[in-house]
Design a protein around this ligand. Structure first.
Ligand code: GLA
Length: 378
């Protein structure tokens, strides 16, 4: 059954009548990993995998919401002390609170939602959920007076204040600003952004999900961020955006080996994003791919956010002649993103399924993605 139809039926059964439909998307990131919270560049795009919600104000001060995919219902008030315990409901509660903290208005509402963004795969299902509700509540209660930058920040603050993940702005930004057939080069320091057409002729983007679950809260993710902040402080800069390899090398003796490696990755990655943007403009996919492999190497060896399964998939891509491949997102599990020539797609995916299953006892999940629009009213 179509997502919309499924939601509509469930809404009718639970609450009667109908509400308004909204959707927002998960994201991929071509390059620029762990650079967002370092004030650097990222290069993401929204994808054709969404979270969709039907929502209707209910005239009370209570939120009543049902998640079809998790098959759970939550009901909560809008004051700080009303925070629900279920983690999926905390995303929605957090969005409500963050809108109110900014002087926006939220009243009680009924909602049913579902989606097809794989969970815990590094495709930002949580950002999709946050931006779907932020967009909707802005439309329903605030006449869309909150601008899109603030909608992205509302999602990010929800992660910080209600979900324990000290993330950057990339996922929520991509989810709110995503545009069909375009990637977004975002400068995470100034929030200046530029859309780059992305419809590579003769190539496909395919994600191979290792199905290793990552949980960013309380995870080494926050520790990575702390490492970067320590190095920035030691170098006397606001963020690693302002640091160079020369500065880092000059301070090497004062840094732990681990902090040094973390910063080395981030400083290298900053330049790679710019190189990939130029290469893409020139239609030079070989350079795009080469940079993706370099990023994987850095994320695996220096930043240490890969895992055996993802290194295996990356190596397999290389062996199959795939143009570019790397672990994507926060890490500690999830997907590799692969830029594959059309004619190599089938043999590559087949080989990946077979060899991965032989080694780890199950196949990777395979998602072909198309760059699509972000948050919207349907
Ligand atoms: C997660 C975070 C983002 C970003 C990436 C790594 O997806 O939510 O802010 O830091 O990891 O690039």
């Amino acid at each position: 059954m179509e997502l919309k139809e499924k939601i509509s039926r469930t809404f009718e059964e639970r609450f009667g009548g109908e509400g308004t439909f909204y959707a927002s998307a998960g994201r991929i990131n071509l390059i620029g990993e762990h650079t967002d919270y370092n004030g650097g560049f990222v290069f993401p795009g929204a994808i054709d995998k969404v979270i969709m919600a039907e929502i209707r104000p209910n005239g009370s001060d209570k939120v009543r919401v049902y998640s079809i995919d998790i098959d759970e219902y939550a009901e909560f008030g809008l004051r700080e002390e009303d925070a629900p315990s279920k983690s999926w409901a905390r995303y929605i509660f957090g969005v409500c609170r963050e809108i109110e903290k900014r002087g926006g208005k939220v009243e009680g509402f009924d909602a049913v939602f579902a989606g097809n963004v794989p969970l815990g795969a590094g495709l930002s299902s949580s950002a999709a959920l946050e931006s779907c509700f932020a967009f909707a509540l802005n439309d329903l209660f605030n006449a869309s007076a909150i601008d899109k930058f603030e909608l992205a920040r509302i999602g990010q603050s929800t992660e910080h204040n209600y979900c324990g993940v000290n993330c950057g702005i990339m996922d929520q930004f991509a989810s709110v600003f995503g545009r069909k057939d375009h990637l977004i080069r975002l400068d995470c320091r100034s929030l200046e952004y530029e859309y780059y057409p992305f419809k590579p002729e003769g190539y496909k983007l395919v994600l191979l999900d290792s199905v290793v679950k990552h949980e960013l809260a309380d995870s080494p993710y926050n520790k990575r961020r702390e490492s970067c902040e320590r190095v920035a402080a030691r170098l006397g800069v606001d963020t690693l955006r302002d640091a160079t390899m020369e500065m880092l090398d000059a301070a090497k003796a004062d840094l732990s080996g681990e902090d040094y490696k973390r910063a080395r990755f981030v400083i290298g990655e900053k330049q790679r994003v710019l190189d990939v943007c130029d290469a893409l403009t020139a239609g030079d996919y070989e350079t795009v791919g080469k940079c993706m492999y370099e990023t994987h190497e850095g994320l695996s060896k220096d930043y240490e956010v890969s895992c055996e399964e993802l290194d295996f998939l990356n190596d397999l891509a290389r062996r199959c002649g795939v143009t570019g491949s790397r672990i994507m997102g926060g890490g500690f599990g999830g997907c590799t993103i692969n830029l594959v020539k059309d004619e190599l797609l089938e043999p590559f995916v087949e080989k990946a399924r077979k060899e991965f299953a032989e080694r780890y006892g199950h196949e990777p999940k395979v998602y072909e993605v198309v760059i699509s629009d972000g948050a919207r009213k349907l």
